[in-house]
Every structure is written in structure tokens, then in C-alpha cells.
Write a protein that binds this ligand. Structure first.
Ligand code: G4P
Length: 524
């Protein structure tokens, strides 16, 4: 048996959505369908849904956000589903982007009443850049919302993907009775259960009998389905995988309606793990020897496990716990004695993992985001893009007596990529500049510096919002120039910071020979 036999039934995906669209509820509903949990609420705790399993810091609990990323793995109908958790807070974090480098497809979850929201659009753009195929789920159809055809228009207009609905709702938003299965023409009729706590029974009814069950609602659905068909809005696997169309499903995660259809579509349409392109242009096939790349590093997940975890996505071969692998960046061997599958606080040892799976490597102090680990012939995967920071603060230890702890903590934050740490001779090591895509990262740093390193920090807002990459010559040329400050990252990248784009343009115009290169934008 080859590895691809194990890789083929794997589906590794993430849910992209705006906060409150129902991602936690959907995660729970998927797990419920896969019978990983017996009752909805077991993962998140109905009363304390806000304390989801992936929450780990006090701050998160207080604010009802989830900052960590882990993966939930479950089996469904002979397939292994890896749902990689994306951070759920409204603010913007690079972690979310990194997570998307570890998945083969994404589910875009849209609130039926709100349509496409800013965070969803940002995340969608990352998927588009990375060529990740997207399945769209219109959620909360049990509540009053927009007209379904209007929603399809909005998707087409806002993201440029052609929606190709696989199901069409029977009953307007707020009166969700079932869906028309556009591939067979059948009605799938749903029945509510108490509080949506258990799998909602569904009945497949032939089109010829459907109007007896759902009368006018069915007639409307058929009419709209015909319109879509005339318009050619039918699923096409080629254009879906190429990222120009998006299959659409209608659901209520809360009532567990449409969830089994989503699982079916993941199995039938979402791509399995494929070859992973390496830096030298070659690709590792899933059947090649073991390789993986680190997409997230995290420490201090909870007091009981104060350690450092590197999350790696397996790209090729079989991972066996205990195997010694090579670390691409240092060339040093790395023992994987403590590999774990991690979802929130529940950890269990991983014995074996296949392409598409996510493993958490404990005490992986040498591993950084973007690093490759492998067995057999050397391989290096391309680094994960870091995005242009838009928020800047200068940081210093609140208590100068704790400077050592401060330095250690800042270095750790830098290595984990929680923020980018920028230095200059002028500012010195005592007050490095922290740069982030979203300002919430600064709160994360503040909380973690205090709780993990015992080093309270003071942050001063800096009036910069634009960063451009420059080179050694640029560092010299821009010395003393007004409206720009040049700082450097530990990886040797020099960044010129400007208060605004206008200033960046002016400096670029006045110094035409200086390299001032935009960094990849976060998408909006
Ligand atoms: P998130 O992870 O995307 O932030 O969203 P989450 O699942 O926490 O859901 C946000 C709110 O939307 C929750 O309500 C949740 O119950 C509700 N919700 C999710 N899916 C559906 C759905 O399909 N239909 C309806 N009607 N509501 C849905 P809440 O009042 O904030 O929390 P709770 O008290 O219900 O737990």
C-alpha cells in the first residue's frame, strides 16, 4: 500500500469568516455529524460557548476570542477530515494567513443577514492568492436574511467568483424547511430537534412529491433553481479547483441543517493533499519520504503544559512518532518523541500522521514558522509570506530590573512571529519597535510578556502606518531624512517606516535611487 492510499481520503481545510458568522457553531456541528462528540455544546459548552476549546488565555476568555490555532481531526464516511482552526477575533493577525498555508481548501462561511463582511473578504483574498479552492456556506438561514439570489449577486460582485449553488433553500431566510439538491432535483427536508443539540433528521423526497410537502416554498425554489440553470450557474469541478467558481450550500449551523451536505461536498469536491512545491522548483509527491513545514509556533498554551509547540503540516510520506528528522534550516537532526495531536487543551499523542495531517511538536525550540523538516533527500519549502505591518509601537520593560526577562520575551515573540521586532542603533536594544498587521497583537504581547516572562512592558504608539523594504544603501541614504525611520529585523530585512503613503511617495520621489519596495499587502 502506498502513502497516497492514506493521503487520498484526507481533506484539510479551514473555515474563513467574519466573527459571529457561526464558525464555532459550525465546527461543533461538523464534529457532531462525525459523531466525534455526542451532543452539540460538548466542545464549546453551550452555557460557556465563549470559552471554546481553543481559547487559552485569560484575555481570550474575557473577550470571547480565540487566538490559538490547532486542528480538529475526525473521520467521516471513510475519510479523515482535518479542520484547521483559524483565529477568530475581529482583529487581523498574521496567524490566520499562516494557517491558510496549511490547508488544501477553505469553507467561506457567510451570515445570511449580513452578506460578505470585511474579515471574510480579507481572508478570501489570501485564499485567492494562494489558489485555494473555496466552498461557500450561507449560514443562519433559519433567521431572517437577504434574498438568496441577491446573495449570489453579491458574491459574484465582491469577490469575482461565480457562485454555483449545489443546494438551494426551500423557504426564505427565517423559514428554513429544507434544500433543493440541484444535482438530483430532490427535496431534502429537515426536521428541527430541541435546540439543535442533536443531528437534525433529514428526509430525501423526490421532486414529484416535494410540492405536497412544501407547497409554495418548493415552487419558488424550483423557479429560482431553473433561473440559475439557465444562467449556467452549475458546479464545474475544473473551475472550482482553478478558483474561478465557488460551490454554494445553504445551512443553519445552529439547527444542524445542511451540515451533512457540507461534509459530503468536502469529501466529493474538496481536493486531497497533492504535491508540495519546494524552493528549488521541484515538488515532493505525497508518496515521497516524510516532509512537513511549520506554519505556527506557540508557547505557554496553558499553565499545565508550559512548553513550546510547533505545528507542522505533513506534506509527504508518513510521520511516525519518535522518528528523527532533519531540520532544513539548521541541518540538525530533530527528534519527534513528543508529537501530539492538539485541539485546544485536549492533547493526545500522535503515533502516525499522513500528508494533510497537522502534528504539534513539543519542545521544538529550534523550529520557526516556515521551517521545513524532512527525512531522506533534503527539501526546503518556500517561506511563508509575512505581510506589511501597519501598526507600530516602541516597547520597553516597565521595570528596568527585569530587562533580561524582557529581552528573552521579546525574542520569543519575534521567533513565534506574534509581532515583527525591529531594531536600530538609535533606539538601542532597550526599546525595540514592534510591528503588526493588527493592533490586537500588541495586547497579546503585553499579556504574554507579563504572564510568561514576568516582564511587564510599556508600549508607546508610533505615528507610522506604512513600511517599505530597503537595502543597505537605503539605510545610509535615508539617514537624517525627515518623515522616515529605518529599522531592521533579525532576519536582516531593513524596513523604512513612514507616517502615511503620501510621505512614502514624497521620499521615494526625492530619492529616486533608493530602493523602497512595498511588502505584500494584507489585503485591505
Ligand atoms: P463565530 O465562532 O464565527 O464567532 O460565531 P459563533 O459560532 O460563536 O456564533 C455567533 C452567534 O451566532 C452565536 O449566538 C450563535 O449561536 C449564533 N449562530 C451560529 N450559527 C447560527 C445559525 O445557523 N442560526 C442562528 N440563528 N444563529 C446562529 P450568540 O447569541 O452570540 O451565542 P449563544 O448564546 O447562542 O451561544
Amino acid at each position: 500500500m502506498t502513502i497516497s492510499t492514506d493521503a487520498r481520503p484526507r481533506r484539510t481545510f479551514a473555515v474563513i469568516s467574519h466573527p459571529d458568522a457561526g464558525k464555532s457553531t459550525l465546527t461543533e456541528a461538523l464534529a457532531l455529524h462525525a459523531r466525534t462528540i455526542s451532543e452539540a455544546g460538548a466542545v464549546h459548552g453551550k452555557a460557556g460557548r465563549r470559552g471554546t476549546v481553543s481559547d487559552w488565555m485569560e484575555m481570550e476568555r474575557e473577550r470571547g476570542i480565540s487566538i490559538t490555532s490547532a486542528a480538529l481531526q475526525f473521520e467521516y464516511d471513510g475519510h479523515v477530515i482535518n479542520l484547521v482552526d483559524t483565529p477568530g477575533h475581529a482583529d487581523f493577525s498574521e496567524d490566520t494567513y499562516r494557517v491558510l498555508s496549511a490547508v488544501d481548501s477553505a469553507v467561506m462561511l457567510v451570515d445570511a443577514a449580513k452578506g460578505l463582511e470585511p474579515q471574510t473578504l480579507k481572508l478570501f483574498r489570501v485564499c485567492a492568492q494562494r489558489g485555494i479552492p473555496v466552498i461557500t456556506v450561507i449560514n443562519k438561514w433559519d433567521r431572517p436574511g437577504l434574498d438568496p439570489l441577491q446573495l449570489m449577486d453579491e458574491i459574484q460582485k465582491e469577490i469575482g467568483l461565480r457562485p454555483t449553488p449545489l443546494t438551494w433553500p426551500v423557504g426564505s431566510a427565517g423559514e428554513f424547511r429544507g434544500v433543493l439538491d440541484r444535482r438530483t432535483g430532490d427535496l431534502i427536508h429537515y426536521t428541527r430537534t430541541a435546540g439543535g443539540a442533536t443531528r437534525a433528521p433529514e428526509e430525501r423526497i423526490a421532486a414529484s412529491r416535494a410540492s405536497e410537502v412544501d407547497g409554495q416554498a418548493w415552487a419558488t425554489a424550483v423557479e429560482e433553481h431553473d433561473l440559475l440553470t439557465m444562467d449556467g450557474a452549475d458546479h464545474d469541478q475544473g473551475t472550482f479547483l482553478a478558483g474561478t467558481t465557488t460551490p454554494v450550500l445553504f445551512a443553519s449551523a445552529l439547527l444542524n441543517f445542511g451540515v451533512s451536505q457540507l461534509l459530503r461536498m468536502l469529501i466529493e469536491l474538496a481536493p486531497p493533499p497533492g504535491p508540495t512545491p519546494a524552493v528549488d522548483g521541484d515538488a515532493r509527491e505525497v508518496d515521497d519520504e516524510f516532509s512537513a513545514f511549520v506554519f505556527k509556533v506557540q508557547s505557554g498554551m496553558d499553565a499545565a503544559h508550559r512548553d513550546r509547540l510547533a505545528y507542522a503540516r505533513v506534506c509527504s510520506g508518513v510521520f511516525e512518532r519518535g522518528m528523527v528528522v532533519q531540520h532544513g534550516e539548521t541541518g540538525k537532526p530533530f527528534a519527534t518523541k513528543y508529537a501530539q495531536a492538539v485541539f485546544g487543551r485536549d492533547r493526545s499523542s500522535v503515533e502516525q500522521a499522513f500528508p494533510g495531517d497537522i502534528v504539534g511538536l513539543v519542545n521544538a525550540n529550534a523550529l520557526r514558522v516556515g521551517d521545513t523538516i524532512y527525512a531522506g533527500p533534503a527539501v526546503r519549502y518556500p517561506p511563508i509570506a509575512s505581510f506589511a505591518p501597519e501598526h507600530f509601537v516602541s516597547a520597553r520593560a516597565a521595570d528596568t530590573g527585569r530587562y533580561k526577562q524582557f529581552r528573552r520575551g521579546i525574542e520569543q515573540m519575534d521567533q513565534e512571529g506574534v509581532v515583527q521586532v525591529l531594531r536600530s542603533d538609535l533606539r538601542g536594544d532597550q526599546s525595540p519597535v514592534l510591528a503588526a498587521v493588527g493592533p490586537m497583537q500588541f495586547e497579546v504581547v503585553t499579556a504574554r510578556m507579563q504572564s510568561e516572562f514576568g516582564a511587564a512592558i510599556k508600549l508607546d504608539h508610533l505615528d507610522y502606518s506604512v513600511a517599505r523594504r530597503t537595502d543597505n544603501a537605503g539605510v545610509e541614504a535615508l539617514k537624517g531624512v525627515r518623515g522616515v525611520e529605518v529599522l531592521s529585523r533579525a532576519d536582516g530585512t531593513h524596513l523604512a517606516l513612514f507616517p502615511d503613503t503620501w510621505r512614502a511617495h514624497t521620499v521615494a520621489r526625492d530619492h529616486p535611487k533608493v530602493m523602497l519596495e512595498p511588502l505584500p499587502a494584507s489585503g485591505g
